[in-house]
Design a binder for this molecule. Structure first.
Ligand code: NAD
Length: 232
């Protein structure tokens, strides 16, 4: 199946851990998953940060170092190329690794935050941190520890980000989901929201998911292969 870009005005790529797994970024669960090695209760929740901010920051620094060992793949490049051809193309990602931006994508909504951003919850400021292994600083000028701007376990998603993502999904006329199991909410509601809003929905995933039967078309292969089939 080939997609003709002329037939669609608002394309949304909705990506999950499987998109980055193809670049070598470890998944969270399953074989080689981060949460097999580290307990999230000690490294990835507000409580952990309150108890031991330095430990939590060091863990995230390691995540940055690991992410930088990986490079965006051809699938990321296909998406950023489409974005440059069709101005209403957007990406909604559950990934925090910045891989889409490293492949030159600009219009990216990061539902779960970013490894490359810090925030001071006292001064309520966000800091875009350099894309390099080490954090440029770990404390705010006010003396408070800076917190990775990531949705950790037990955190709520940011309302403005959800609102932006919802709007993009509702307005889309082509919705392509790549490498997500559809188990994490509210992200998992987007395929059905897209479908009920009249969007043509495609799932790219080597494995069946809970949401597979919602889609108009499913492609059971890896991200890059499927994107090449659709767009090259
Ligand atoms: P998930 O781990 O639940 O599911 C990943 C899906 O990707 C699976 O269904 C798998 O079959 C599929 N997959 C594996 N290899 C693939 C490939 N080459 N091409 C296409 N699909 C492939 O991931 P999720 O749905 O994103 O939810 C997990 C949560 O963990 C999210 O909240 C996410 O923020 C977070 N997470 C982020 C990263 C990251 O930033 N890179 C990594 C791991 C987890």
């Amino acid at each position: 199946m080939k997609i003709s870009l002329n037939n669609y005005n608002k394309i949304i790529f909705f990506t999950g851990a499987g998109m980055s797994a193809e670049s070598g970024v470890p998944t969270y669960r399953g074989r080689g998953g981060i949460w097999n090695e580290y307990r999230w209760e000690e490294y990835a929740c507000q409580n952990a940060f309150n108890n031991n901010p330095e430990l939590v920051l060091d863990f995230h620094q390691l995540r940055r170092i690991e992410a930088l060992k990986c490079k965006p793949h051809q699938g990321h490049a296909i998406i950023s190329n489409i974005e440059s051809l069709k101005k209403n193309t957007g990406i909604i990602t559950q990934n925090i690794d910045g891989m889409h931006q490293r492949a030159n994508s600009k219009n990216v909504i990061e539902l779960h935050g970013s490894l490359w951003r810090l925030r001071c919850d006292v001064e309520r400021i966000l800091i875009e941190d350099k894309i390099e292994g080490h954090f440029s600083k770990k404390k705010c000028d006010c003396g408070e520890w800076l917190r990775p701007d990531i949705i950790w376990f037990e955190d709520m998603l940011k309302e403005d980000i959800i609102a932006q993502a919802n709007q993009k999904v509702v307005e889309s006329d082509l919705f392509i989901s790549i490498g997500t199991s559809g188990m994490v909410w509210p992200a998992a509601s987007y395929p059905s929201l897209a479908k009920s809003s009249g969007s043509y929905c495609i799932e790219i995933n080597p494995e069946e998911t809970e949401l597979s039967n919602l889609y108009d078309k499913v492609i059971r292969t890896s991200a890059t292969k499927a994107l090449k089939q659709l767009f090259n």
